[in-house]
Design a binder for this molecule. Structure first.
Ligand code: AMP
Length: 132
């Protein structure tokens, strides 16, 4: 059965799309740690990130680097924090979180933002991504 993230990448479940390429997809985390918190996934369904084959794995991080650059341009911050957790959704994903201080990476402190703000920031990230 397809994972929820495969359905998102296929457009079968809505998401706030931030970037896309042939093999990878990026979208806003629905329960963000910080405004602009983005998830990066391979379209290929692999549960555990370290089970991805070397070529796809390298491609995933290269794509994430580009998304992080777009995200930092769209959401001014000191750094883009990076995390891989994967305890909730069995489809490999990288968390990219705009941060200004260490506490902004606190996974026990999820936030909510209005749909219009989520859509607006996703559009800004996508625009920045398309410039790269
Ligand atoms: P984890 O698997 O522990 O890295 O956590 C999965 C992350 O995916 C959490 O931060 C969730 O908020 C996020 N998430 C779960 N379902 C969705 C969805 N439909 N759209 C966007 N983000 C989601």
């Amino acid at each position: 059965m397809a994972t929820i993230f495969s359905k998102i990448a296929a457009g079968e479940i809505p998401s706030y799309k931030c970037a896309e390429s042939e093999h990878y997809y990026a979208f806003l985390d629905i329960n963000p740690l910080a405004f602009g918190h983005t998830l990066v996934i391979p379209k290929q369904e692999v549960n555990y990130i370290f089970d991805i084959n070397d070529e796809q794995y390298a491609g995933l991080w290269a794509f994430a680097k580009k998304v992080a650059t777009a995200l930092k341009a769209a959401v001014p911050c000191r750094r883009i924090g990076v995390a891989v957790i994967g305890l909730e959704v069995p489809h490999a994903h990288i968390h990219l979180v705009p941060i200004n201080k260490e506490r902004d990476m606190d996974f026990s402190n999820k936030k909510e933002f209005p749909a219009e703000e989520m859509q607006a920031v996703a559009t800004r990230i996508l625009e920045e991504f398309e410039k790269l």
